[in-house]
Design a protein around this ligand. Structure first.
Ligand code: SAM
Ligand code: SF4
Length: 471
């Protein structure tokens, strides 16, 4: 039984990263024959893409997708531990599954993702949620067939969570959510250790995929008719740094662009690793979308230092000004309020930065202490109560939303290229995204899903645009 350990997970060494090709053991091949699966995903795009691999693995051993949890033979919860409410949601779901398992005693329940990498969580599950059959971590998705096999042969909670720095596993089966937009991992893990963040512990050391493997995947996606790829990583701008093979994100972006997929996105960018060469490649290639997510976290250099972000507000502004020169670019951000030690003046500096950058959008959060991180220990310096933090968050959101609306209004009357993604909640309406990642709703036929269309923008709200299809 391999058990999670946060202290081990924190270690970084010069150990060589192994690049391993996945192969399914014959003895697992028919484990899921005539059975159905349900995968519930929490958290970021990285988790969404891991779930695509989990579904791929389940289908490779014979399972088919269930329409809901009640009709499934196996339920996998792919969890997130970035903030406490993500934790609570997953535990709430485990509570609901307890009841389902009482009705359906042979239901298999598995838990994976970032929560599985935390020993406090695994202890709690072992004590209070004995209905969970197995737990596996972010480093060993490939172990899923074996864990199902073990569950069929023993009655224990099987735990398989590696606290190693991590390897790179290629050729995992994948079942993509749709056939026109794809996530492609380019770098795993994170070595930044921002003091509030659990990710470097739960996702391991920063390790880039080899460029040739990424290009092979993108070429296949192009052949299969995909219209958009999003290159994924906790910090995509650090791509290649750990490989020492003489290439970085700018080289990768150029090569991916040359393959000719109509739309290329990349997320997330840490301001620390953004180079001028990367900006030039974005400017030069029309199929690299003019959309950048550039987390600020705080507008106060004092708080940024406490967060371990490695840039000051002046550094951020210098980079922001350069990025703004990309033609038609939209820039969004992440901001945390209520970090331990954040004074009213620090918060005011965050508002000042939002007034300067006038972001197209922002994800905003109240600081949530994560067990084992340095910022958790800073909580003794935290003299601001939750009510005040909520007030700061609302004030920030009002400001952020006013700039989102301002930018959206700039689209009124313009014709925008939209990649149609699906049916909108409103009847007879479709939705899709502009090059700058703006959500657009418009009337159209379902046959347009997966296609690029032109839409004239007729109305602008804070979080979306309305439009009319242009023939
Ligand atoms: N790697 C990205 C970066 O460097 O910005 C983002 C990773 S994280 C999945 C997404 C966002 O969650 C972060 O940008 C941060 O704003 C927020 N976040 C992370 N840890 C947090 C915490 N302990 N409390 C509140 N928000 C947090
Ligand atoms: Fe977390 Fe910072 Fe790494 Fe982003 S860069 S994943 S916020 S430690």
């Amino acid at each position: 039984m391999e058990y999670p350990n946060l202290k081990e997970a924190q270690k970084r060494s010069n150990k060589k990263v192994n690049y391993i090709k996945y192969e399914l053991d014959d003895k697992y091949q028919n484990l899921g024959k005539n059975k159905k699966y349900y995968v519930k995903t929490y958290g970021c795009q990285m988790n969404e893409h891991d779930s695509e691999n989990i579904c791929g693995l389940l289908e490779s051993i014979g399972y088919t997708k269930a329409k809901d949890m009640a009709s499934s033979d196996i339920v996998i919860l792919n969890t997130c531990s970035i903030r406490e409410n993500a934790h609570n949601k997953a535990f709430g779901m485990l509570g609901r599954l307890k009841h389902l398992k009482q009705e359906k005693t042979d239901l298999i329940i598995g838990l994976c993702g970032c929560m599985a990498q935390e020993e406090v969580v695994v202890e709690e599950i072992k004590k209070k949620y004995r209905n969970v059959n197995f737990i596996f971590g972010t480093h060993n998705l490939y172990d899923l067939p074996r864990l199902i096999f073990e569950t069929n042969t023993n009655k224990k909670t099987n735990i398989s969570v590696l606290s190693i720095e991590g390897d790179v596993i290629e050729d995992l089966p994948v079942k993509r959510v749709n056939n026109f937009k794809a996530y492609v991992n380019i770098i795993y893990g994170c070595d930044k250790f921002c003091t509030y963040c659990i990710v470097p512990y739960t996702r391991g050391k920063q390790r880039s995929r080899l460029m040739e493997d990424i290009l092979k995947e993108v070429e296949k996606l192009k052949q299969d008719g995909f219209m958009e790829v999003t290159l994924l990583g906790q910090n995509v701008n650090a791509y290649g740094k750990d490989l020492n093979l003489g290439y970085d994100l700018s080289d990768l972006l150029q090569k991916v662009s040359d393959i000719g997929i109509p739309r290329i996105r990349f997320i997330t960018s840490h301001p620390w690793d953004f180079t001028d060469k990367m900006i030039d490649v974005i400017k030069k290639n029309s199929n690299i979308m003019p959309y950048i997510h550039l987390p600020l976290q705080s507008g106060s250099s004092k708080i940024l230092k406490l967060m371990g972000r490695r840039y000051t507000k002046e550094d951020y502004i210098r980079l922001f000004d350069k990025l703004k020169k990309i033609d038609g670019v939209a820039i969004t951000t992440d901001i945390i309020v209520g970090f331990p030690g954040e004074t009213e003046e620090d918060f005011q500096e965050t508002l000042d930065m939002v007034n300067y950058c006038k972001y197209d959008g922002a994800f905003t959060f109240i600081f949530s202490p994560r067990v084992g991180t340095p910022a958790e220990r800073l909580m003794k310096n935290d003299h601001v109560d939750l009510h005040e933090k909520e007030k700061r968050l609302y004030e920030l959101n009002d400001l952020v939303n006013s700039y989102s609306l301002m930018h959206n209004k700039e689209y009124l009357g313009k014709v925008e290229e939209v990649l149609v993604e699906g049916e909108s909640v409103k009847e007879n309406q479709l939705y899709g995204y502009t090059k700058t990642n703006k959500l657009v709703n418009f009337n159209g036929d379902l046959s347009l899903i997966g296609k690029l269309v032109n839409v004239k923008i007729t109305d602008a709200k804070s979080f979306s645009l309305d439009g009319e299809l242009v023939e």
